[in-house]
Design a protein around this ligand. Structure first.
Ligand code: KG4
Ligand code: ZN
Length: 364
């Protein structure tokens, strides 16, 4: 449909400068510049390095996305940007760029939530999200079960990790195994050649008295690290493939078990899995198996759309336009700890708050 909103989305919450362009639920461009190699030697993302890299990549990545989509910026119906959560300095680069482009072009600006974007991106792969949708969101910074009846306005957390995020656990175990950063993709690869039942690692928070939808990966992480240390102390080789497979199995077993249970308890027949860890091949396979057995339809975007990208931001922005959500005010600010319950970030609209707002902007 030609009248579907044409939206450009900017994502800079972590180490990927993502610029995506969508028309409604159709993906037109997905340009990503990553600074991951610059962080690799530090074993994790360095915020100042990420901010500087966003600044350098921003304009070229926007231009590449426009070229890939075969449009000019003037054709756009709106510009969406991740307003949080994420690294404050990194977010600020994206928010500032989005404001500058939107203001100069006279287009509406939409500040959106990174986590809701990870869910909404599946519209580009599988069409409109069913309502309600159960979402298992698993990334480097988050692991939660979310129930949404409208991705632009209603996202309800059922449970979340009480310590490490799932992706963080992958990254930390990869570091212990000296496999580099980020850890998820490389553990995924080694695990394919290993035995997932070789070592019985603990499944956190799965006892009868434990919170049914919360996660904990810190005990698992410690247990895996101790197991590896014991092998090394005994002068034995560490079986990297079996450790990877057994660790990975412990993570995805808990994730899928709890997600399926949440769907059953809430009477929801669709499960969406999003975030970087949703790129994991074993998570995708086990989720498919368990959803099928429970009569739940599974939706997982292709791996490239699971990790951070601009298309997901554009997808949520287009949904904001389609649902007539108000544009964000020009004083929209980045919020590094934006709650998952706020998919849309309006900024401050009221003129009687103007003094308060300008003071806040001065210091934030
Ligand atoms: O969503 P994302 O790109 O960034 C955040 O918002 O955090 O997720 C990055 C996380 C990293 O921890 C990375 O190790 C993990 O996703 N990841 C994976 C895989 N690909 C990326 N974890 C497990 N298996 C994978 N194939
Ligand atoms: Zn993410």
């Amino acid at each position: 449909m030609a009248d579907e909103p044409l939206v450009l989305g900017i994502e800079t919450s972590c180490d990927e400068t993502g610029v995506g362009i969508v028309r409604g639920t159709t993906l037109l461009a997905d340009a990503v510049a990553s600074s991951v190699d610059e962080h690799a030697r530090f074993g994790g993302v360095v915020p100042e390095v990420a901010s500087r890299a966003h600044l350098e990549a921003m304009v070229p990545t926007i231009e590449r996305a426009l070229k890939d989509a075969g449009i000019t910026a003037r054709d756009l119906d709106g510009i969406a940007v991740t307003a949080g959560p994420g690294l404050a300095g990194a977010l600020l680069v994206g928010v500032t760029a989005a404001k500058a482009y939107a203001y100069a072009l006279g287009k509406p600006l939409y500040g959106v939530n990174h986590l809701a974007s990870h869910i909404c991106v599946d519209q580009l792969e599988h069409g409109a999200l069913p309502e309600p949708t159960m979402a298992l969101l698993v990334s480097g910074g988050h692991s939660s079960l979310l129930l949404s009846t409208d991705i632009t306005s209603d996202v309800r957390p059922l449970g979340a990790t009480i310590d490490d995020a799932a992706g963080e656990a992958f990254d930390k175990i990869a570091r212990v195994l000296n496999l580099g950063f980020p850890g998820g993709p490389v553990i995924d690869r080694y695990a394919r050649e290993g035995d997932p039942a070789a070592i019985a690692f603990p499944r956190g928070l799965t006892g009868p008295r434990d919170a049914p939808y919360d996660f904990s990966f810190s005990g698992l992480k410690t247990s895996v690290a101790r197991w590896i240390e014991a092998k090394r102390a005994a002068g034995e080789d560490v079986p990297v493939r079996d450790v990877s497979a057994s660790f990975q199995e412990a993570v995805v077993d808990v994730l899928t078990r709890k997600a399926v249970r949440a769907c059953k308890d809430e009477g929801v027949d669709h499960l969406m899995i999003g975030g970087g860890v949703a790129a994991n091949s074993r998570l995708r396979a086990l989720a498919q198996e368990r959803c099928e057995a429970a009569g739940i339809r599974l939706r997982v975007p292709r791996p490239k759309l699971c990790t951070d990208n601009g298309a997901m931001v554009a997808a949520l922005g287009a949904e904001m336009v389609a649902r007539d959500r108000p544009a964000s005010a020009w004083d929209l600010s980045a919020d590094s700890s934006l709650p998952v319950t706020e998919p849309h970030v309006p900024g401050h609209h009221h003129h009687d708050h103007v003094h308060e707002v300008s003071k806040e902007n001065l210091y934030s």
